[in-house]
Design a protein around this ligand. Structure first.
Ligand code: S3P
Length: 166
């Protein structure tokens, strides 16, 4: 069975929706950030602290390459997983790709109390999210088989739409 791969920005709901989808489909749930943390034995913020974003991206690349070789899993990816062309190729050939499309307003609302995202510890997280979105939205769309709107929609509704469109 093909994998189901969720891409999209921070705060899109990839982990929440991925877990629900996995439950519905009775498949294992995988999360690239969790995989990196397990392999490294360190949290994402500590990896950024010690190795910088470059070090994190190398670890992310290795995790994505391996996770995409699995069969029959639901995989949630970090928001920047689409940045490297190699990753985009692996994700595309790794399964059906669902882009959880989300506005910057919603991203801010969903991430405002979260201290686990180093890129959002800047003075102006809105400006960061807008800049990231401008670069990444075309990349998410480039590899997506399905684009699903998640703004103001409960996760269960998003899950139903994905299941209907698979
Ligand atoms: C990042 C998103 C995070 C995590 C890391 C970098 C990004 O994952 O991989 O902090 O570059 O957008 P989530 O999208 O799950 O928050």
């Amino acid at each position: 069975m093909q994998n189901l791969i969720l891409v999209g920005p921070m705060g899109a709901g990839k982990s929440t929706i991925g877990r629900l989808l996995a439950k519905e489909l009775r498949l294992p749930f995988k999360d690239s950030d969790k995989e990196i943390e397990q392999r490294t034995g360190a949290s994402i913020p500590l990896i950024f602290d010690v190795e910088g974003e470059g070090g994190f991206r190398e670890r992310e690349h290795a995790a994505i390459a391996d996770l995409c070789l699995l069969n029959g899993v639901v995989l949630a990816t970090g928001g920047g997983a689409v940045l490297q062309e190699d990753n985009r190729r692996a994700l595309r050939s790794g399964g059906q790709v669902v882009y959880l499309c989300t506005s910057v307003d919603q991203q801010l609302e969903r991430t405002s109390r979260d201290r686990n995202r180093p890129l959002l510890q800047a003075a102006d997280p809105r400006a960061v999210l807008e800049t990231l979105m401008a670069v990444r939205d075309p990349l998410y769309r480039e590899i997506a088989d399905i684009v699903v709107e998640t703004d103001e929609r409960p996760p269960r509704l998003v899950v139903m739409e994905i299941l209907e469109r698979l």
